[in-house]
Design a protein around this ligand. Sequence first.
Ligand code: GDP
Length: 470
Amino acid sequence: MFAATYGLNVGPASPARRASPPARGGVGGRGFNRIEGVDMANVVVVGAQWGDEGKGKIVDWLSERADTIARFQGGHNAGHTLVIDGKVYKLSLLPSGIVRGGKLSVIGNGVVLDPWHLKKEIEQLRGQGVEISPKTLMIAENAPLILPIHGELDRAREEASAQGTKIGTTGRGIGPAYEDKVGRRAIRVADLADAATLETRVDRALAHHDALRRGLGMDPVDRDGLLAQLKEIAPSVLEYAAPVWKVLDAKRRAGKRILFEGAQGALLDIDFGTYPFVTSSNVIAGQAATGTGIGPGAIDFVLGIVKAYTTRVGEGPFPAELDDADGQRLGERGHEFGTVTGRKRRCGWFDAVLVRQTCATSGVNGIALTKLDVLDGFETLKICVGYDLDGERLDHLPFAADAQARCAPIYEEMPGWSQSTEGARSWAELPAEAIKYVRRVEELIQCPVALLSTSPEREDTILVTDPFED
Ligand code: GDP
């Protein structure tokens, strides 16, 4: 059974657990994607719930040990705060590696890029002493741009939506920018380099946008104004433009460690999330390949970040949601307010059904279980282990919205613990009930714990498996 294969190393000196090492090097068979003599270790980090799982701390720890850090989806909505040597850095577009010297940060083609925000974030970081140059930052030439008209459209649509049908977007134009990408009318980074191309692209985009705006009662776009804005901002983006796929291929061939930094969470994935209350891009681990141009065989380890309970921002289904004192307590102890929007997050018990599902769709090799300390002091803990749909037990969340709405959580109860786990750095410091909880989570989601986080501090982590060295 699973538990026997992936049993935790419980003990004060827990050495990193090793599975049998995968074949490395050579050609043919499973080794076909491998490069002879290169011991590759490329890691994808994805949120395995609805985002806000605590990716920042784990990504920071991994990025310190990576050569290249690449973002592969989303836009400037990936807000997180890094604290390094007492300095606080706020990032929402640039990869975490940017604040560390000697790393290459990459924005892949899967990201939608707001050039004005890029400039602002770079200036802010430079003001804090971070060195940013085309040697440390590269942006995919084929990444689509977010324009001011995308933000306007985003906000106008949300305002026009009836309560209950709002998607809960951050209003930054990310969704409309992805729509233009798929509609083949996006303006991409490379288009900024040539005035004639830019004009053609803008005209093509506006033929669509002006029609949309008319329907929403908005004024048509000021074409010349937009072109002037784009020409003015172009050098600030073009400076970093590069064929990212090629750069990453060279890094991979040189055996450098690449960290693919996911934003948001797998339950917000455009295909596999709780549609339509999702983000506009693929979030699951496969997107690391298509969103940067590296082959799927180059990914060695997928780390899913999982919070020890569940939260969600905005509207949409949430079967294990708590509308009582326990939910209130999770929110308060976990400081569940959005970093970018300040919105209060909805809270609920751990939903093992959903995490098993996201571990499967992202091919997660191990999870980082975060915020275990938030569960301290609960007399009883519940885990959602299935759904009751009209008397039938389900072990997955169906895609049909009406069925989702009727899914009632089936809970398993476990005793909680009264001792504090905050700041624990070894299994020996955890109460027996906390270890049982973690083991039960592993069993239910059919995936082992690689890291366990017990406070916002980097050092307050129990390492079971190092994703770069597994
Ligand atoms: P992201 O959206 O997934 O990147 O989530 P963040 O990195 O913004 O994390 C959300 C919050 O949780 C931050 O304030 C972190 O400091 C905090 N956090 C991360 N791990 C832990 C943990 O193990 N325990 C506690 N109590 N807080 C944590």
